[in-house]
Design a protein. Sequence first.
Length: 629
Amino acid sequence: MDLKEIKSSLQNNIQKFVDFCKRNSCTVAFEHINYLETINRLEIVRDELENKEIIELFTALLITYDKKLEELNYETVHYDKGKAPYNKFQHIIDDLADEIKRINYLKIIKNKNINLVGSNGSGKSAFASFMKDSLSDKIMVIPAQKYLYYHHNPSSVEDLNKEHLMEKLNINYSKKFYEPIGEGGYYYLNSNLERQFTTLIISTINEYVDTSMKMQEGIFSETGIRNGKYIYIKFKSMWKSLIPKIQWDLNFVKRTINPIINDNIPYDINNMSDGEKAIVYYLLSVLNAKENSIIIVDEPETYLNPSIYKKMWDLLEKERDDCKFIYISHSIEFINSRYNQDLYWIKSFDGNTNWQINPISEKEKEKLPTELLTELLGIAKPIIFCEGNHNSLDYKVYSKLFDGVANIIPVKGHLNVVAYTKSYNNLPNKNNIAFGIIDRDQHSKDQLSKWREDNIFPIEFNEIEMLLLNEEVMEAVLNANFYDNKKNKEKIATFKNKFLEILKKRKRKILDEFRKNKIDSFLKSERVEDETKKTDEIINDITQKLQNMNIEQYLDDTEKKITIVWMDKNYCEALKICPFKNMINEAEKIFNINSYTEVAITQIANNSKLCKILLDKYFPFYDKLHQAK
């Protein structure tokens, strides 16, 4: 049947039931059921589908629902004012509307597998549960929650076949919340969830044993065979590639398997590690999936280390190349282990059955590394890019200063901070905003002004260490460790004098360092625009640009400024000039405090008053950041 025939049949069966109820004085109100809207939505969704397998899946689902409508029990309309068949009719229409919605989400599937990411609370697992509710036996969901326990004495072991398996694997998780299943319904669901692992193993073994026996008797059967091999044999082959030290012992009588290490005595499968049992679960689930299935895996890295899950999913994707995989993960390492896959992110979720799922284009991936992009898409708060890495002082300080307000992402050098801040803020439909913090270094005023327009802000210092030598920070550190406030102030005064003397004494080194930084910064950003120019012409162009920077004039002005700062004993301005990270060592000597840096960071983390002083004084964009939270 094509779509028009199915749609016509659905409409006829719906109208037939509605008309029958009305003719028989049924008092229920059909106008409350949006069955016409649901039917009209069919063609819209169908026209948007591109994947052949999804179209076939959709068609099969519609036929299933058409049969459900056709099989409605008309006789019960005369009882209880028709409420029973009306309720069943309403459930069928509601479920059909949900199926159409599921197919609409699956239209993101083109020719590649998919990685689906999102922040905490974006509804990733809820999406998996919603997809699991489908009546289609070609939508398989492997949930994040797994009951990896094998029941040794299940009833009717020989009767557990693939039909029973698919029934167990498609248990509706969400119905335990809103639809009771008779007396003890919740227990029933939990019991079946717990037996999925058992059913997977036994049904696979039953397929193998039964098919082997039939073939020995001369009865050919393709059941349990894929690409010329039994599912069980394929499972053993994949397992050997992943964990060769463990073999499997098949018990034909009990219809079960037990692991063996180094040809020793078999042991209980329940004594395997969670990671080993998870591999069994993943392999058998995917190998048993129907032909051309959509396999949705929630947290596919659960219980597994990266080297194992990378190889395992590579093997499964290759073996089940007829299927399409949708991985739902927040693990950056896992997502980076998948090659040539489309990346989507869940931007929003209304708590019901509506998700906004957006693609990440190749162009966007070019501007931001996939690893970083994946991390950012999992963040709901504003983002601050900073220099350094996760072990750097920049990251440690900013993560305490902006704790609870923004996520700090270190990206090495200042050029990355600039590029990533701009690129992220240019992403369409994002939920948050990015800021960048860089050291002032010797960037020109014009350059700094342009960066501020792009939400990139320099701190007042050339090095982050100078922030920790701010007078308020020193006071907080000393007062927290020593009770004599008078002596604490004397120590601070001593340190400030020492700081100013070192600044004056090492003036020449400061100027040399500034010269180097100026030139380094220029050369890092300089590009040859005209490829037809000769080498000497390019050198002349660069030389001219360097001369136009008036570096020597800048150094003369800086030298005068250092002299004035020293004469005026202007410690605050001295902090802005000083490039010497080891001034922290001088503070430790005078204050008699080991690990001054760590103690200062602790004060920033625990002293809200100090934190506010620093934010107000040195981070003018804080209000803008707080509003974006």
